[in-house]
Design a protein. Structure first.
Length: 440
């Protein structure tokens, strides 16, 4: 490395964001992920013993995925290579693999390959890694914010360990602030900063478990605030609010947050909790989720979880979908909220949903029953000669428009698919069936 390159790198390091400058270089400096790095835990043992296996770090932004890879690089005797899945192609992968193979043959040294955002590699790029991981020529360490069980192909996934990193706790984030404000070499220790507890709590709130966010937000707050006559930078809640961008909910419409949030929304409606229902609805609306997607989920819940306990739920859900389609957003939030709250507070029954699934299971797994002769179409010439439609009793000719007769195939007589509950309107359905003498 020449003098000019060294000088440039020193300047870049000095002017890097606080989160980069404060990046720990050894396990003892790392904050969070005690389930992996605590004394006696798997990753702690692996790093100390220099027994690293191929693995994928999976977790939210700012939880230390790249930092862990760098710590491993600093402590292992292996050669360390790094690729970004955003900018690297198959050619780049093969060049690294060639070097790794050469180093193993000539110097008996294995290579750790760190792939940032590994979920962005397509199938052919992932396949290019596979034989080298399988043979042990490289130790693969991937980092991703996306669920690898969805984004990484099964062949590669079966050869690595998936390690889940959790969002940093409030205590973890508080420690990051404390360390940054006290560190004179890499942090903000050269400044006299007086920060209130309210400001710290607000920083922790906007970070949402993201260490990178809290450090960089803290730096903006400190550097954008003038010192007083005593050269003290005083940061209170108002200072932080005015100097830090308002937080937006973490939400990736193609990732785990999307699926986890819609799951929480549906389960809150099913669980009859209107407050939680509105909370998750608000999160999706604020994040820009497709309102038609939300409305479709409400329609499904209206049939699956409310069903005939309140038949009007489906009407309201469909009306909300149509209303959103007509008026758009942001006004569409109102019918969405109305429908979601109606579903959440309605009596619940999944009897129709369970019934159709039981019937489908019989259709798919058992011999299909024949249509009874009296139910067959008797309208075409010659049908009567075949006995089709003969003996059919027209229900409207009888009291209450009901007359017992065989409707199921002979092979399925007595089979029960729909079993109404005692909830809401379904209680009336059950009472009417019993009055007809129908066994339930």
């Amino acid at each position: 490395m020449d003098l000019f390159t060294l000088n440039m790198e020193e300047k870049l390091k000095k002017n890097a964001p606080l989160a980069d400058r404060m990046r720990p270089e050894k396990i003892s400096e790392f904050v969070g992920q005690k389930h992996l790095l605590g004394e006696g835990q798997f990753l702690n043992r692996s790093i100390k013993a220099d027994r690293i296996t191929s693995m994928i770090f999976f977790g939210p932004p700012g939880t230390g995925k790249t930092t862990l890879a760098m710590i491993i690089a600093n402590t292992t005797n292996m050669i360390f290579e790094k690729l970004s899945a955003v900018t690297s192609g198959v050619k780049d992968i093969r060049e690294v693999m060639d070097r790794a193979e050469e180093n193993l043959k000539l110097y008996n040294r294995r290579t750790i390959l760190f792939v940032d955002e590994i979920h962005r590699f397509n199938k052919s790029q992932q396949d290019a890694l596979l034989p080298f991981v399988e043979k042990g020529i490289i130790i693969l360490i991937g980092a991703t914010t996306e669920n690898p069980y969805f984004e990484v192909n099964k062949a590669l996934l079966s050869r690595v360990m998936v390690l889940k990193l959790e969002s940093l706790t409030k205590d973890d984030l508080r420690n990051l602030i404390k360390n940054a404000l006290s560190n004179k070499e890499k942090g903000l220790g050269e400044y006299k900063v007086d920060i209130t507890e309210d400001a710290i709590n607000y920083l922790i709130t906007i970070a949402e478990g993201d260490g990178r966010t809290i450090l960089n937000s803290l730096e903006i707050g400190v550097l954008s605030t003038s010192a007083n006559e005593e050269e003290v930078i005083q940061i209170d809640l108002d200072t932080i609010r005015s100097s830090i961008q308002i937080k937006t909910a973490r939400y990736d419409k193609d990732g785990d947050e999307h699926y986890d949030t819609i799951s929480a929304f549906i389960k809150s409606m099913r669980g009859s909790d209107p407050d939680a229902t509105l909370y998750w609805l608000a999160k999706m609306i604020n994040a820009g989720e497709d309102p038609k997607f939300i409305a479709r989920r409400i329609i499904i819940c209206a049939s699956e979880d409310v069903g005939n306990a309140d038949p009007n739920a489906l009407n309201i859900a469909v009306s909300a979908f149509n209303a959103v389609n007509v008026i758009g957003m942001p006004e569409g939030r109102i019918p969405l909220a109305q429908a979601a709250v109606y579903i959440a507070t309605a009596p619940k029954s999944n009897a129709a949903y369970m019934g159709i699934d039981k019937a489908l299971e019989d259709i798919r797994n058992k011999e299909i029953g024949k249509v009874p002769s009296h139910l067959r179409d008797g309208s075409y010439p010659g049908a009567k000669k075949l006995g089709h439609g003969m003996g059919y009793k027209y229900p409207h000719d009888y009291e209450n428009a009901f007359i017992p007769q065989q409707y199921l195939p002979t092979e399925f007589i007595g089979k029960k698919y729909y079993e109404p509950t005692e909830n809401g309107y379904e209680k009336e359905i059950k009472k009417r069936f019993l009055s007809y003498g129908r066994e339930l």
